[in-house]
Design a protein around this ligand. Structure first.
Ligand code: EPZ
Length: 416
């Protein structure tokens, strides 16, 4: 399958935003912490969501998924081993490690492989679980963790890693005694997991920049609607800016999008906030800006590729540095094939804005890079073909339908 996009239309209208994929994935992992039902609402129809469902089914849950609701029930047996196939397909499958260890005293989970956004180690996850009392060894391609009951501890994350914070929150919730996670991630998706864990009976407090977890003996079932997907919303808002149109993302939390809307305003786009909606109106060529990604509330690394697509059309030179994932620039070669002038060195893109881009045949290397290529194609002269939809479909539900609703000319076609 590939996408064909005829660029040049100004996108205008309203797009309804799904629940956050990156909140659903840890929520499904958290269901392993209890034998009672966990129900997750607003789960988007995405490949990654189906992958995490397959992972927890394999580990012993019975799952139904319909109309955005995932209902997770126990089958009676919780198994400690996740298969390589799943973890290879999606790195977030590694999040089952902490819950399995806390419940069973043993977990065997394959190491996530390399990834197109650069090396993504799991050393902080393992250091943190070690601090809680886990013994860690590697067995072929998997890590094997064993422990008696986990013990609360004080652990300082070397970097506020999203996944490591989630892993430790889940494990510490069932540990004996209190755990202090210093330098935690404070991304909205992490705080959404905190909310779900609290509903399940976990005792978690935010305390002077730390997350303090008072372990409990058992957790119960819960029902939870995840937060809106700020990355999906951000992508559609940039679509409004890059095409010189006017796009409203509805059903969002504007505070989660503040770093993006501040940058879009600096590029000259008009931003309107009203309740649960954000509107971005582009017009004329964007002004150049200098941006650096950072943990929340900074500019999100996931919106770095879409932003670079926008700045490739700016009136002047911009720089975008991504210290979170310094190698997340693989898609730049594709943008250059559309006429963009960008050079990348040491985790920073130097972008010399051009007056226009032209259509080209492109391949999407990862989810957000794919979004950048779609945005560039929407703004370009002529037709673009985008292959590698498996990646885009991991993160964007009903992409063509939503873009068509905003006035884009876009079709999904079978490869012939
Ligand atoms: C999450 O990945 C997201 N995934 C990513 O979104 C997102 O890009 C990333 O956070 C940053 O915001 C999910 O939530 C499922 P990290 P995660 O651990 O948890 C280094 C998308 O497009 N690090 O915060 O894997 C790491 O290499 C995906 O939806 C270590 O060195 O990110 C990176 O440089 C792609 N050792 C930095 O920390 C570790 O043990 C941030 O990674 C862990 C991380």
């Amino acid at each position: 399958m590939h996408l064909l996009i005829e660029g040049g239309n100004k996108l205008s209208g309203l797009v309804t935003i799904e629940g956050a994929k990156n909140a659903v994935l840890p929520a499904c992992a958290a269901s392993l912490l209890t034998d009672e039902p966990v129900v997750i609402h607003r789960a988007p129809p995405l490949r990654d969501v189906r992958t995490i469902i397959a992972v927890i089914e394999e580990l012993g849950k019975e799952v139904t998924y319909a109309d955005g609701t995932i209902s997770i029930l126990p089958t009676g047996t919780l198994r400690p081993r996740a298969s390589k196939e799943h973890v290879e397909r999606m790195r977030a499958s590694f999040l089952v490690l902490g819950p399995l260890l806390a419940r069973l005293g043993r977990a065997v989970v394959p190491l996530p492989g390399g990834c197109t956004i650069g090396p993504r180690p799991v050393d902080y996850h393992l250091q943190g679980l070690r601090a809680l009392g886990a013994r860690v060894r590697e067995d072929e391609d998997a890590v094997v963790l064993t422990a008696g009951r986990l013990r609360g501890a004080r652990f300082r994350l070397p970097y506020p890693s999203v996944g490591a914070t989630e892993q430790l929150l889940m494990a510490a919730s069932l540990a004996k005694g209190e755990t202090f996670i210093e330098n935690p991630s404070r991304e909205p998706e992490v705080l959404d997991l905190v909310e779900l864990l609290r509903k399940m009976g976990a005792r978690i407090e935010e305390d002077e920049g730390m997350l303090a977890v008072e372990g409990v003996d058992g957790l119960h079932g819960a029902e939870h609607a995840v937060i809106p997907d700020r990355l999906e919303a951000g992508t559609y808002l940039i679509a409004g800016a890059i095409t010189g149109g006017r796009v409203t993302a509805a059903g969002v939390r504007p505070a989660h999008l503040a770093a993006l809307t501040a940058v879009l305003e600096r590029t000259g786009a008009r931003v309107e906030l009203s309740g649960e909606a954000v509107t971005v109106e582009g017009g004329g060529r964007p002004r150049p800006v200098e941006v650096e990604t950072a943990p929340f509330p900074g500019f999100p690394t996931d919106l770095q590729p879409p932003l670079v697509a926008l700045l490739s059309l700016a009136e002047g030179g911009s720089t975008v540095r991504d210290p979170v994932f310094p190698r997340r620039f693989g898609y730049v070669e594709e943008l250059k094939r559309m006429g963009a002038r960008i050079s990348v060195s040491a985790g920073m893109a130097h972008i010399t804005g051009v007056g226009d881009l032209h259509g080209a045949a492109l391949t999407s290397p990862d989810i957000r890079a794919g979004a950048a290529l779609v945005l560039a194609a929407l703004a370009a002269r002529g037709e673009s073909r985008i292959d590698g939809l498996g990646q885009l479909d991991r993160g964007y539900a009903a992409l063509e339908g939503k873009l068509k609703g905003l006035g884009a000319e876009i079709e999904r076609r079978e490869d012939t």
